[in-house]
Design a protein around this ligand. Structure first.
Ligand code: GLU
Length: 494
């Protein structure tokens, strides 16, 4: 049987990285099993619909390289793939359930239900419309046919008729067997008064009609599984397999990773920007494969030490047995480290094509751009890091005070003056190291002091790439000017 999996987001805002991880695991499962990866947009809840979010989801999948085989934009045999366009299909199946006696129409007024809810709350109980009390309400089980037909012209919902006292057994591929007494469930609404199905109903009908073989989704949907099982049973359909992925947890403490955690600690929780104010991983300089690789490790491991994977390599390595049950803690430093591994794997000429990189190099002599990037590539954890890493190419800001304090008693101006004179005599800065190091030794100049003073003069602090490469990229004139500036600075101090 062909493996068919679906990613079924609701367009209620930007796609959280937890959602993207669900899409990724579906995608990998499909690729691993030569199957089909489907995108289904679950947009039946008009109240929660947010304009632009479907396009966002599609863009995020495209950016990540997780291209659906079937979906709203490329179609497929089992479309439409947007639930709002499947109304007639749900109508047909809801009638079938009512005819089978597995569901019923309910006409109760909102106020009646609110009153009942209030009464239960006052008694410290939770109100449930179900086997215990359904015969007290206005529904097709309590009213005669004529009355029902008349009321069907007005507003109504359709509810699942849950038989009490039944042991519902469901099986999750990751968690094993889960059992629940049906008496704990209420008669869930399957069709709302606006004629739209609820999540539970549309989800089951579509998984059946789209021939989904395995449902892979977040753990937060596990409590819905018994209800879904009851709907499958009511139709006498065989349910697909289920896999509920572990939650992505906050970096520390309890609970799910939220946007607030990201805001607090300075990292995004979305792949792409949403509006002007919310940045995504793309904007802070993640490569799509860096993010995807990191997300793959959130809840899955290969059973080996290996952590760095290209998407195709993940497709081969991925397997159900590597998925963990417990929550996966989000670690931004680790995400950046994985991204770094992918940055250094790229050829410099590929890296320079990326807009974030390209933009930052604007204004620099083209011949120097590649050299500069080659030099700094190793230091980038995100593509945005380039900005800080190359600050020295434009100017030296203030000198780092701590370094100034440390060097001042050792006469840095004197050393810098000697270096200045020496560099002035050299034509080609390409061999600076080969000239300067033996020269320092011969003249008994402390190399540590020489290197630190030179670095401070050129960069303003004791950080950055190889100092001789820096001289080369700055060129002789700028190098000399900066050394001169530092000499003046230290002379003024003493
Ligand atoms: N529409 C649900 C969501 O937004 C999908 C749950 C499922 O995959 O069954 O996450």
């Amino acid at each position: 049987m062909e493996t068919r999996v679906r990613f079924a987001p609701s367009p209620t805002g930007p796609l959280h990285i937890g959602g993207l991880r669900t899409a990724l695991f579906n995608y990998l499962f499909a690729r691993k099993n030569n199957g089909v990866f489907i995108l289904r947009v679950e947009d039946t809840d008009q109240n929660r619909y947010v304009k632009g979010s479907e396009a966002y989801i599609q863009n995020a999948l495209e950016w990540s390289g997780l291209i659906p085989d079937e979906g709203p934009s490329n179609g497929g045999k089992y479309g439409p793939y947007r639930q709002s366009e499947r109304r007639d299909i749900y109508q047909k199946y809801i009638s079938e359930l009512v005819q089978k006696g597995k569901a019923y129409y309910a006409f109760d007024k909102t106020e009646t239900l609110q009153d009942e809810r209030k009464k239960s709350e006052d008694k410290g109980e939770t109100f449930r419309y179900g086997a215990e009390n359904r015969m007290q309400f206005l529904n097709s089980l309590t009213l005669d046919k004529e009355d029902v037909d008349k009321r069907l012209e007005g507003s109504f919902v359709v509810r699942l008729k849950v038989d009490p006292g039944v042991r519902i057994t469901v099986f999750d591929e990751i968690r094993g067997t889960i059992e629940l007494d049906s008496s704990l469930l209420d008669d869930k609404i399957l069709m709302k008064s606006d004629g739209m199905p609820t999540y539970h109903f549309a989800n089951v009908v579509d998984d059946q009609l789209m021939k989904i073989t395995c449902v892979i989704r977040g753990e937060e949907w596990l409590p819905s599984l018994p209800i879904h099982q009851l709907i499958y049973d009511a139709f006498e359909w065989t349910s697909p397999k289920f896999m509920h992925l572990p939650l992505i947890l906050k970096p520390s403490g309890k609970g799910k990773l939220s946007k607030r955690d990201g805001d607090k600690e300075g990292f995004p929780v979305f792949p792409l920007a949403w509006g002007k104010e919310t940045f995504g991983f793309k904007e802070i300089g993640f490569l799509p494969k860096g993010l995807i690789n990191y997300l793959a490790l959130l809840g899955w491991n290969s059973g080996t030490e290996r952590e760095v994977y290209e998407l195709q390599e993940l497709e081969n390595a991925f397997g159900l047995d590597g998925i963990q049950k417990g929550g996966a803690r989000f670690d931004f430093e680790k995400a950046k480290w994985i991204n770094h591994q992918h940055i250094i794997k790229l050829e410099t000429h590929e890296l320079i094509e990326i807009p974030i990189i390209n933009d930052q190099l604007k204004g620099i002599d083209e011949a120097k751009q590649l050299k500069l990037l080659e030099l700094l590539k190793e230091r980038l954890f995100t593509l945005e890091d380039l900005k800080n890493e190359m600050e020295w190419i434009h100017n030296t800001t203030d000198y780092d005070e701590k370094v100034v304090k440390k060097l001042t008693p050792r006469d840095p101006a004197g050393v810098l003056q000697k270096i200045f004179d020496q560099i002035q005599q050299i034509q080609d800065l390409n061999n600076l190291k080969e000239v300067l190091m033996p020269w320092a030794k011969q003249n008994e100049i402390n190399t540590g002091l020489m290197m630190q003073s030179l670095r401070l003069a050129l960069v303003g602090k004791l950080a950055g790439p190889d100092v001789f490469q820096i001289c080369m990229l700055l060129g002789k004139d700028v190098t000399l000017k900066r050394i001169d500036r530092a000499i003046t600075f230290f002379n003024l101090k003493t």
